[in-house]
Design a protein around this ligand. Structure first.
Ligand code: PHE
Ligand code: FE
Length: 289
């Protein structure tokens, strides 16, 4: 689960997908792994195979290493098994949730090193595009990065920062940060830009688009990550991104988001937001390779 999409999904439908009747007060449910059908495992395998072909040379190393070690090519994974390995690596756990959860609940999970993963899988007709995050997006996209200690620590700090932002009325800004990093972030490597954002890595089309542009050679902006710039920038929820922000490494993400955001939120509230396709004077569009 993630809250970027809760922003998207709540705005048009109101009703959430998923069965919330057995959820506990933290919205945690049993995964009921045995209840997935052979057809659902087969659909997962096809989703997995499509992405597995796209990511070599495009996803960052930690993603490639983790997804291989996780060995989830054969069907929908059992969250508890992953938790065993993940807990040893970085002290994180996966918890099953029915779907989107309230912001406060989401942040509380992250602040306690628990990553909420949606239990339901998309339908066949949603193979290419899905509005709300499903188990494939949540697991394939997000879980591999949790094996990186610096990223894992950052996500916990993000959760704490979310709880704080709720009190400071800063959620819109923090949502943009999440969107342009955890969901759609790019990272430098010695061989050129790589992808670490879950929204890109779980998408059939955006892996290619983020690094190569469109077949007509339309190119998105790819600019150096900077906290205030990101927090001022609107984002697209229904098309590929017009701008990607590039971090040097996960330590930069951790360090640059560590300062107290209280004053920054006040400053941002007094400014106009920038359209998603903005390139400010002097801003550098980075080369991909
Ligand atoms: N440093 C932020 C604050 O003081 C919290 C935060 C940490 C937000 C990491 C995002 C990521 O509010
Ligand atoms: Fe997500």
């Amino acid at each position: 689960d993630d809250f970027f999409a809760s922003v998207a999904a709540k705005s048009d439908s109101g009703a959430l997908r998923g069965d919330y009747s057995n959820a506990d007060k933290n919205y945690v449910v049993d995964q009921h792994w045995a209840a997935y059908s052979p057809a659902q495992h087969a659909l997962w395998r096809r989703l997995y195979e499509r992405q597995a072909k796209l990511i070599p040379g495009r996803a960052c190393d930690v993603f490639l290493d983790s997804i291989k070690a996780l060995d989830v090519s054969q069907g929908i994974p059992q969250f508890d098994r992953t938790t065993e390995a993940l807990y040893k690596a970085t002290g994180w756990q996966l918890v099953a949730v029915p779907g989107l959860v309230p912001d406060q609940t989401f942040f509380e999970h992250l602040a306690n090193r628990r990553f909420p993963v949606t239990v339901w899988l998309r339908e066949e007709s949603e193979f290419d595009y899905i509005v709300e995050p499903d188990v494939f997006h949540d697991f394939f996209g997000h879980v591999p990065l949790l094996f990186n200690p610096v990223f894992a620590d950052h996500l916990q700090e993000y959760g704490k920062g979310g709880l704080k932002a709720l009190k400071l009325d800063g959620l819109a800004f923090l949502a943009r940060l999440y969107w342009y990093t955890i969901e759609f972030g790019l990272i430098q490597s010695p061989e050129g830009l790589r992808i670490y954002g879950a929204g890109i890595l779980s998408s059939g089309g955006e892996v290619e688009y983020a690094l190569r542009g469109s077949p007509q050679n339309q190119q998105p902006n790819r600019i150096p990550f900077q906290v205030e710039r990101v927090m001022r920038t609107l984002y697209k929820i229904d098309s590929y991104q017009e701008t990607y922000f590039v971090i040097r490494d996960f330590q930069q993400l951790f360090d640059d988001t560590a300062p107290d955001f209280t004053a920054l939120y006040e400053q941002l509230k007094a400014q106009d937001a920038l359209p998603a396709n903005t390139l400010l004077p002097g801003e550098k569009n980075l080369a991909v390779a």
